[in-house]
Design a protein. Structure first.
Length: 132
């Protein structure tokens, strides 16, 4: 899950359900509005402080090996999801116009080759995952 702290940082944490112990695995000095995960990777949007642009980042399940998959400008790529083969990414591209509107439609886009060959497929508010 994502949480903020008193230093205005965003923190990604995992929780062991057996012990209810929280483990902070990644910290960002800028907002992290959304994330998703696969069996061994966590993928998330990291925004600039004004939400006018950002990056889609991938880390391993322990919070290491961070890798910038792609950069967005004039908005954010939110609710990023990797395909099961790890070669494609789907996300909702939302544009910042003096603020984001709750449940506003964005462009559903898929990028093959992780950041290249971006295609718009539809409009929507969230991507939940991939079907095989």
């Amino acid at each position: 899950f994502i949480k903020g702290n008193t230093d205005m940082k965003s923190i990604i944490s995992k929780v062991n359900l057996d012990s209810a112990k929280e483990n902070e695995i990644y910290t960002s000095t800028t907002p992290i509005p959304t994330l998703s995960w696969s069996k061994d990777k966590i993928i998330f949007t990291k925004s600039d402080a004004k939400y006018t642009g950002g990056e889609i980042i991938e880390i391993d399940s322990q919070g290491g090996n961070d890798n910038k998959i792609m950069e967005t400008k004039n908005g954010l790529g939110i609710f990023p999801n990797l395909s099961s083969d790890g070669l494609n990414i789907g996300y909702v591209a939302v544009t910042y116009n003096d603020g984001f509107k709750k449940n506003a439609l964005g462009d559903i886009k898929v990028s093959s080759n992780l950041g290249l060959n971006i295609k718009k497929f539809s409009s929507g508010t969230q991507i939940l995952g991939w079907l095989p």
